[in-house]
Design a protein around this ligand. Structure first.
Ligand SMILES: Cc1ncc(COP(=O)(O)O)c(C=O)c1O
Length: 477
């Protein structure tokens, strides 16, 4: 497909820029940049983007059960809330008096998310989950440093963790200590006990974990870490299963990040913008980056802290994502948030039960919002891999589940249906999953040729990862 630059036709144009609301300023000639913008009519632009959208699959097209990613349907009204000019036309350097509505959004969203997580304060600066992890680990570092406890250099990470956890810990300057999961998919308590010590800065954990199970030993786990003098970090990317039902703070966690672009109504995939706010208990709040919005007699203002670890992003983070999250929180309310979580868990367990006689499940226990199947046996018997099954699903107009993650399960397919799918849709999907498995048994060769009906069929994934083409080499204009 051609780029806009390649489609450009001299003289085509569409004048849809809003009226300029700041004084015009003529650039001195030597500063003027030669802007090489494509020239297209609105019609051409509209067709270009429609064609582009038709090349891919999004939540608005159909089922998208990408495990660990919570690709749920996000109500369009939240987009409308965030698109209001009162929010989009703000400048972050405006005087506080003229930003009262925006500050109130940050204040309210922070209060509600603190209530949901059991934390004392929250920063909206981090732009994504991994950025939140990095920020949270810097908080843990600042906490130990302020207590002059410089020997705490290690972060314990279970082997089931999302890859960003050990990466963030290493980036924050910690040594990563990996501990194995038990046969039940949960933290191996004996291994944790053996790993903690005077050098433990903390533990990173997501609960429910990346195999979709709630670790019932969570209070023992956080106690062991605290008794060793470490802090507990909650990777809140899986909060969709428990929001409004159990709180990380009550499980014993000291720091948490949330993925607003998963649980709280921002579409994601394709690169953002996202938001990974970080909350913490009172002992860590002085170190939060970027200050806090405080309310006094109905007026909102920024309050900094001399111990703050500084900024991790400019200004207020991805503010419009917070607007969407607040709109979502206010719409669902105290009853709706736990109901959404309960339905996410119900949908996952329904699908799991309906498939368990065909697809081997990696863990038989009741799952939370997602479940993991292992296709190792199918591969051994027929040569059909998890990748082949996933590719076949594309021909049925649905996105495949997450493949080959978590790493501790061979030939893994991880399914997260989310709460926004109806029973009728789940039943349709279940029938397709069963049909594909049956096909794999009788005609494995045919399965390996699928998908047959997508614009791109089987790209060279290794080539794309090893030799990515990141620079536009074409001409245009
Ligand atoms: C369990 C878990 N932790 C952390 C992350 C990182 O979040 P982000 O992709 O926003 O950086 C993800 C992302 O999928 C995740 O699933």
């Amino acid at each position: 497909m051609k780029l806009l630059f390649e489609e450009s036709v001299r003289g085509h144009h569409c004048d849809v820029l809003p009226v300029c609301d700041v004084p015009l300023y003529a650039l001195p000639e030597k500063r003027a940049l030669p802007l090489r913008l494509p020239e297209l009519s609105e019609n051409e632009i509209s067709r270009h983007y429609t064609a582009l959208a038709q090349q891919t699959h999004g939540v608005n097209d159909g089922f998208y059960p990408l495990g660990s990613c919570t690709m749920k349907y996000n109500p369009k009204i939240n987009e409308e809330a965030a698109a209001q000019r009162g929010f989009t036309a703000l400048h972050p350097l405006q005087p506080e008096d003229s930003l009262q509505g925006a500050l109130q959004v940050l204040h309210l969203a922070g209060r509600y998310l603190c209530e949901i997580t059991g934390m004392a304060a929250m920063t909206f600066q981090p732009a994504a989950g991994a950025h939140g992890e990095f920020t949270g680990l810097l908080l843990i570092k600042a906490y130990h440093r302020a207590r002059q406890d410089g020997k705490r250099t290690k972060i314990i990470v279970p082997d089931a963790a999302h890859g960003t956890n050990p990466a963030s810990a290493a980036m924050a300057g910690f040594t990563v200590v990996n501990i194995p999961s038990g046969a039940d998919g949960c933290v191996d308590i004996a291994a944790l006990q053996a790993a903690v010590g005077e050098d433990t800065a903390g533990l990173m954990l997501t609960n429910p974990n990346t195999v979709g199970l709630f670790d019932k030993n969570i209070l023992t786990i956080t106690r062991i870490v605290h008794e060793a003098g470490g802090l507990c970090y909650y990777d809140g990317a899986n909060l969709n299963a428990v929001m409004g039902i159990v709180r990380p703070g009550d499980m014993g966690f000291d720091v948490v990040h949330l993925n607003l672009h998963k649980s709280f109504s921002t579409p994601h995939g394709g690169g953002g913008p996202g938001s990974g706010p970080v909350g913490c208990k009172a002992a860590l709040t002085p170190f939060l980056p970027g200050g806090q919005v405080v309310e006094t007699d109905g007026r909102y203002a920024w309050k900094g802290s001399v111990q703050s670890l500084g900024r991790v992003k400019m200004f207020y983070g991805n503010f419009l994502v917070v607007v969407k999250a607040l709109a979502y929180l206010l719409t669902l309310g105290r009853e709706g948030i736990p109901e959404a979580a309960a339905n996410a868990v119900l949908n996952a367990n329904y699908m799991k039960q309906q498939l368990a006689d065909v697809y081997p499940m990696a863990f038989s226990a009741t799952c939370m919002h997602e479940f993991v199947m292992s296709l190792a046996l199918l591969k051994k018997d027929t040569g059909v891999t998890a990748l082949d099954i996933a590719k076949a699903m594309l021909d049925y107009g649905m996105h495949p589940p997450t493949m080959y993650f978590p790493l501790i399960v061979h030939e893994a397919l991880m399914v997260e249906p989310t709460e926004t799918e109806s029973k009728a849709e789940l039943d349709r999907v279940i029938a397709v999953y069963r049909e594909i498995y049956a096909k794999a048994l009788v005609d494995p060769a045919a399965l390996r040729t699928m998908p047959l009906h997508t614009p791109v069929r089987r790209p060279d994934e290794v080539g794309a990862a090893r030799q990515p083409v990141l620079r536009y080499a074409g001409g245009g204009l």
